[in-house]
Ligand binder design. Structure first.
Ligand SMILES: CC1=C(CCC(=O)O)c2cc3nc(cc4[nH]c(cc5[nH]c(cc1n2)c(C)c5CCC(=O)O)c(CCC(=O)O)c4C)C(CCC(=O)O)=C3C
Ligand SMILES: [Fe+2]
Length: 371
C-alpha cells in the first residue's frame, strides 16, 4: 500500500452511525423493448443530449432485445452482499434501488421504511468522483427522500467513492495478470503489447469540477491514472499502458475527456503494437457500456487494426469486491479513522461526504449532504 502523503483531516470521516440497513444504489436499465425510450428519457432529462445520440444508444439496447444486463447483475450483487453479511453474522438487510429505472431508489427507501428501518447507508455501483459518478447519486438519494415524503424520518448516507479500495482494485489486477499471461503464451512479446484502461468520458467541465486541484482532467482523471498505475504494479507488469475514454455523448461542440478508445486502437499498429488488453477500469459490472462500447465496438476496432485483443472482466460479484463493499459499510458503522482506511493510491481514502462544491459538474445544483 502507498503511504498517503496528503494531509488528511477528520473532515474526511463522518461520525459513526448505527445504520440498520443498506441501500444498493445503481443506475438501472431497461428490461424489454417498451422500456428503452422511457428509460433513455429518464437518463437524459434536461441534459442536452442530441436526438441522434439517443437513437444510436436506443439501437444498442434494441440489439439485445431491449434488455440491459445491469439489473440482473444488481440482483446477483444484492444476493452476494446478503451472503457475505450472513457469513460474517452482520444483520443488515439490503434494499436495491436505481436512479433511472424500476426498482427506483424511492421504492427501496419506502420498503426499508415500511420494514422499520430509519438509518440507511447507500452503496453506489460507481467508484469515482465526478458529478455523474458520485454527486448525482447523492442528489437522487435526496430526491428519493423527497418523493417518499420521508426526508425528516429517514437518513440515507452513502459510502465514499471506492476507486482505490483493494476490493475494487483486486479483480482488475487478477484479470490483467491472466490476460497478459494468455497473450504471452500466444507468442505476443510484451514490447508489442499495450494495456488500455478504459473509462466513461465525461464533459471537460465536469472533469475539472470533479476536483480542480488534480490536473487538467480533475480528480476524475487523476483517480483513474492513479488506480491504473496500482493495477499495473500489482500485476507485476511494466508493459506500456494508457488511459482511454469511451461512450462519449453530448454535442460534438462540447469538449469531453479524450482520447477515444477507438481512435487510439486505430493508431497502435503504426507504433508496432500487435496485442492489447482492455481493462474496463471505470465500471463496476459488465453492463451495456461495457458490452456494446467495448465488446462490440472496441474489439471490432482491434480486429480491423489486426490486433489480438482481450477485454478483462469488471469486479461484478468477485468475492474481493463484495467483501470490500461490506468493509466500506462497516467503516461508517465503526467510524474507522482515516489512517486505518484501506486506500491503494495516495489520493485516497476519499471523503465520506462530497465537500461543498465538489463534483458539481455543468448542469448540477449543489445539494447539502443528508444528515
Ligand atoms: C461517469 C459515468 C458512468 C460510470 C459511473 C456509474 O456507473 O454510474 C456512467 C455509467 C452508466 N451509464 C449508463 C447509461 C447511460 N449513460 C448516459 C449518459 C451519460 N453517462 C455519463 C457518465 C457516466 N455514465 C454522462 C456524462 C452522460 C451524458 C448525460 C449526462 O450528463 O447525464 C446515457 C444516455 C445516452 C448516452 O448519451 O449515452 C445512458 C443510456 C449506464 C447503464 C448501462 C446499462 O444499461 O447497462 C451506466 C452504468
Ligand atoms: Fe452513462
Amino acid at each position: 500500500m502507498i503511504e498517503t502523503t496528503k494531509e488528511l483531516g477528520p473532515e474526511h470521516v463522518e461520525t459513526p452511525v448505527a445504520y440498520d440497513a443498506i441501500v444498493l444504489a445503481s443506475f438501472g436499465g431497461p428490461e424489454g423493448q417498451d422500456d428503452v425510450i422511457p428509460f433513455l428519457r429518464n437518463v437524459t432529462r434536461g441534459r442536452g443530449i442530441p436526438d441522434e445520440r439517443l437513437e444510436e444508444v436506443a439501437h444498442h439496447y434494441r440489439h439485445y432485445g431491449g434488455v440491459s444486463p445491469i439489473n440482473q447483475q444488481n440482483r446477483e450483487l444484492k444476493a452476494a452482499l446478503e451472503a457475505e453479511l450472513a457469513a460474517r453474522g452482520i444483520e443488515l438487510p439490503v434494499y436495491w434501488g436505481n436512479r433511472n429505472w424500476d426498482p427506483y431508489l424511492a421504492d427501496a427507501v419506502q420498503q426499508a421504511y415500511d420494514d422499520g428501518h430509519r438509518t440507511l447507508i447507500g452503496v453506489a455501483t460507481s467508484a469515482y468522483a465526478s458529478y455523474s459518478s458520485c454527486r448525482q447519486y447523492t442528489e437522487d438519494i435526496v430526491k428519493a427522500l423527497d418523493t417518499t415524503g420521508l426526508a425528516g424520518e429517514v437518513r440515507l448516507d452513502k459510502v465514499r467513492p471506492y476507486f482505490d479500495h483493494p476490493g475494487f482494485v483486486t479483480p482488475f489486477v487478477e484479470g490483467l495478470r491472466a490476460a497478459l499471461a494468455e497473450l504471452a503464451a500466444a507468442g505476443h512479446a510484451p514490447e508489442r503489447t499495450r494495456v488500455l484502461f478504459a473509462t466513461h468520458s465525461i464533459p471537460m467541465t465536469a472533469a475539472v469540477e470533479s476536483g480542480p486541484d488534480f490536473g487538467p482532467g480533475g480528480a476524475y482523471e487523476a483517480q483513474h491514472l492513479a488506480v491504473a498505475e496500482v493495477v499495473m504494479r500489482e500485476a507485476g507488469s511494466d508493459i506500456d499502458w494508457e488511459l482511454v475514454y469511451q461512450s462519449r455523448s453530448g454535442p460534438p461542440s462540447q469538449p469531453w475527456l479524450e482520447p477515444d478508445i477507438n481512435d487510439v486502437i486505430e493508431g497502435l499498429p503504426a507504433q508496432g503494437v500487435e496485442a492489447i488488453v482492455i481493462v474496463p477500469l471505470g465500471f463496476v459490472s459488465d453492463h451495456m457500456e461495457v458490452m456494446w462500447d467495448l465488446d462490440n465496438e472496441a474489439l471490432e476496432s482491434a480486429a480491423e487494426a489486426g490486433l489480438a485483443a482481450k477485454r478483462i472482466p469488471t469486479p461484478g460479484i468477485h468475492p474481493a469486491f463484495v467483501a470490500g463493499l461490506v468493509d466500506l459499510v462497516l467503516e461508517r458503522v465503526n467510524g474507522t479513522p482515516v489512517a486505518e482506511r484501506p486506500a491503494l493510491t495516495n489520493l485516497g481514502p476519499w471523503f465520506d461526504v462530497c465537500r461543498p462544491g465538489c463534483c458539481v459538474g455543468v448542469q448540477a445544483t449543489v445539494v447539502e449532504p443528508v444528515s
